[in-house]
Design a protein around this ligand. Sequence first.
Ligand code: PLP
Length: 384
Amino acid sequence: MTQRPGARAEIDLAAISDNVRALQARTTAEVLAVVKADAYGHGLVPCARAALDGGATWLGTALLDEALALRAAGITGPRVLAWLLGPDERWADAVRADIDLSANAPWAVEAIAEAARAVGTQARVHLKVDSGLGRGGAAVADWPDLVDAARKAEADGSVRVVGLWSHFAYADAPGHATVAAQAATFREAVGLAEAAGLRPDVRHLANSAATLTAPEHHFDLVRPGLAVYGLSPVPQVGDSRSFGLRPAMTLVGRLVLVKRLPAGSGLSYGHIYTTDRETTVGLVPLGYADGVPRSAGNVGPVLAAGRRRTVAGRVCMDQFVLDLGDDPAEVGDEVVLFGPGDAGEPTAQDWADATATISYEIVTRVGPRVPRVHVGGPSEGGDS
Ligand SMILES: Cc1ncc(COP(=O)(O)O)c(C=O)c1O
C-alpha cells in the first residue's frame, strides 16, 4: 500500500510498556496484552514486544494469522492465545507454532485434537463459555457437551485444557448487574468443568474495563486491550491519566496547501461550512480512507497553527480543510489530530466524543496509507 508523505501515526512504545506496568500493578493476575487488529492500529509486532517489556506474559489475538505473525517475528517465549477460529483454520500450523487455541464447540476441540495427533504433539486449548455476552463461547446449555468433548480429547493425550474463559458484555458500565451475573455464571461453568476432571492453569474473564474497575473478577489472567494503548475504556469514570495510562498514538498530518479565500466561500463537498470573513484555509491530506471519520465534518478537533480548531466542512476520502483565520501557517506545518493531550492537542477520546463513537474505533481505523512510526521502545526502528 502506498503511504502518505508527511502523515504519520507516531507510536510511543515506552507508553505501551508503562501502561502494561500500570495495569500489572493493579492485579495479582498475569496480564495478557490484546494485540489483535494490528495492536488496535498501533502495529502488531513492535507493540507486542513493548507489552512484553512492560511485564505482559501472554499475548492475545482474534485471528490465528495474527498469532502466527507474532511467532514468525520471533516472539517465541510468551503464550499466545488466538480466539476467533473457524472451520478452515491452519490448525496444524497453529499447533506447531505452540499457539493456545480457543474452542467454542466440540467440533473445534476435535479439529485441534486431530491436528495435534498429525503433528505428534499436545495442543493447548481454552474452552470458552458464553456467560452472558451473547456472542462467542458455548451457550450454558451446551457447556457440558464441550467439556465432555475436551475430556475425551485429553484422554488420548492430544489436547490439554489449559484455560477456561469468557468475556464481559458491559464491564464498561462498572457495577452494572450483568457484570456480577456473568461472573457468577462463569464460576458455575468453571465448577462444572473442574468437577468433570478438567484442571486448567488459568481462568480468565476481565477486559480493560474490568481490569481497571472490577478487581474481584480478575481470576488468574486479565486481558486488557484498549488500556494497553493508554485509552480509557470507561471515559465516564475517568480519563487515561486518572488510571495512570498514557495514550500511545499521535496522529499527525501536514498542510499541503495554504491559501486566502474571501468571506462567503463554501469549503469542501456540499459546502456545509462557509467562511464568515476573509481567511486562510489549509488543506490536510488525510481523509476517511485513512480512518478520519466522515462524521467529523465541522466537528473533528485538531491542533493547527497554534490553536485547537475543528475540521471545516466535510471530510473527504483523502483530505479535509481547516479554517485557520489570520494565524500564520505554511505548507509543511504539522496538524495534530490526536495524541496524549499534553501539548494542547485533542485526544482519541475527544474524536470519539465529537463523532459519537468509541476511542477503539478512532485508533483501529487509522488506515494502512498512514505510516506507523514507532519511537521510544524495545524495538525502535521496527516500523510497520
Ligand atoms: C475476547 C476479548 N478479550 C479481551 C478484549 C480486550 O478488550 P478491551 O480492549 O476492552 O480491553 C477483547 C476486545 O474486544 C476481546 O474480544
